[in-house]
Design a protein around this ligand. Structure first.
Ligand code: MG
Length: 388
């Protein structure tokens, strides 16, 4: 039985993880739920899964949730970063699902690892910001990190049973997002509503925008670098619009191993929870006869600058990936609020990166320092861009 703390229970990954958990009550038990602002959904989750603890973002929401619960359960309600850290490190918990969005997941995820909990990681920003630290700590403490990301789940499946020294490269595939064939001119006019419609995957807002800019693919390269101990140069990025192959690994003899599956996040979530087993997920089989062809293409780094910026940050290392991530969060928010255009997201990130002098990431405080530096610099640059 796995005792689970679910961080980010009301988001897209969180709600799908709960479906998997509900279908396997003999394997998984929810000990704690970390929600955010959607307390009505969290309330229903508490009633259904009866966790020992639940966490919301602030004290006002905690009070509101308590009054709505009115002694119907024994669930203790906590709030804020302290609350998320407390549930991620509970002695009863042996696995944390890290499904919070962006940099908010950093401290709870790091705390779970340092407390020796296995982590099913959907919050890729955490690895982008603090990869070396997280991997070093997890190795030291014998903690396993299982990716909840379709590409990395595919890679993990493709390296199982093979010798790591035989690995030549990772081929990271991506659909290319909703604008893969747009010209620079068309990209400059893209609206948040258009960017929030992904052709293949249903996901949260932040990652959907990151997919449209291809920042997501760049971050996935950094994620793969840490999870599978490869160099950025050993990762090839390939467009694959059908999203049937979720990534591949090439070996020294030229053999390529790929994983194919329907585009449904319940598959990587289930595998992260049940590794190395492939438990039943209630989905129709992939119908290969319906798929006329599998096609591949090269990403255009001119039109999708974010991809190049992420790869450059991944190569530079040290504090640069955290700076990339912080500036991206500011850029994505500004785009969603209608303050800047789609093509100004990479401009903002690039200008922020140019101003940064990298430093070593040897403690969690250094990660936070890089994140805060990036966000405040990006805000200054943003104010200039919008003429404030
Ligand atoms: Mg992915």
């Amino acid at each position: 039985m796995k005792n689970i703390c679910l961080l980010g229970s009301t988001g897209y990954i969180g709600t799908n993880a709960l479906k998997i958990i509900k279908e396997n009550p003999e394997r998984y038990q929810i000990i704690a739920l970390g929600g955010g602002r959607n307390i009505d959904l969290l309330l229903n989750q508490i009633k259904e899964f009866k966790p020992l603890f639940a966490v919301v973002i602030n004290s006002d929401l905690a009070n509101e949730l308590k009054s709505k619960l009115s002694n119907t359960t024994n669930t203790e309600i906590l709030y804020g970063t302290k609350g998320y850290i407390e549930i991620a490190t509970l002695s009863d918990v042996n696995m944390a699902i890290a499904a919070m969005t962006g940099s908010s997941g950093l401290l709870p995820t790091f705390s779970a690892i340092t407390a020796g909990k296995d982590v099913a990681l959907a919050n890729k920003e955490t690895l982008v910001m603090a990869g070396s630290l997280l991997i070093n700590e997890s190795k030291k403490l014998g903690v396993n990190i299982y990716p909840i990301d379709s590409e990395h789940s595919a890679i993990q499946q493709s390296i199982q049973g093979h010798s790591r020294e035989d690995l030549k490269k990772i081929i990271l595939t991506g659909s290319g997002g909703p604008f893969k064939d747009f010209s620079i001119e068309e990209l400059s006019k893209v609206t948040p509503e258009e960017a929030l419609k992904h052709p293949k995957w249903k996901m949260g807002r932040k990652i959907t925008i990151d997919s449209a800019t291809m920042m997501n693919k760049g971050m996935e390269a950094i994620e793969a670098k840490w999870l599978f101990n490869v160099k950025i140069d050993q990762i090839e990025i390939l467009l694959h619009p059908q999203s049937i192959i979720h990534s591949m690994v090439e070996y020294m003899d030229g053999s390529i191993i790929a994983q194919l599956a329907p585009t449904d996040m319940r598959i990587p979530i289930s595998y992260a929870l049940s590794y190395p087993r492939h438990l039943k997920v209630d989905l129709p089989s992939l119908n290969l006869l319906d798929i006329e062809k599998l096609s591949f293409g090269k990403p255009d780094k001119k039109r999708f600058r974010c991809l190049d910026l992420a790869l450059a940050a991944g190569k530079t290392g040290e504090s640069m990936p955290a700076v990339l991530n912080g500036a991206n969060e500011i850029g994505v928010n500004a785009f969603l609020e209608g303050k800047i255009g789609f093509l100004e997201i990479p401009q903002l990130i690039e200008k922020t990166m140019e101003k940064h002098e990298t430093f070593a990431i040897n403690s969690i405080h250094k990660v936070i320092e890089a994140d805060q530096w990036a966000k405040s610099m990006a805000k200054k640059i943003l104010n200039k861009m919008v003429g404030k």
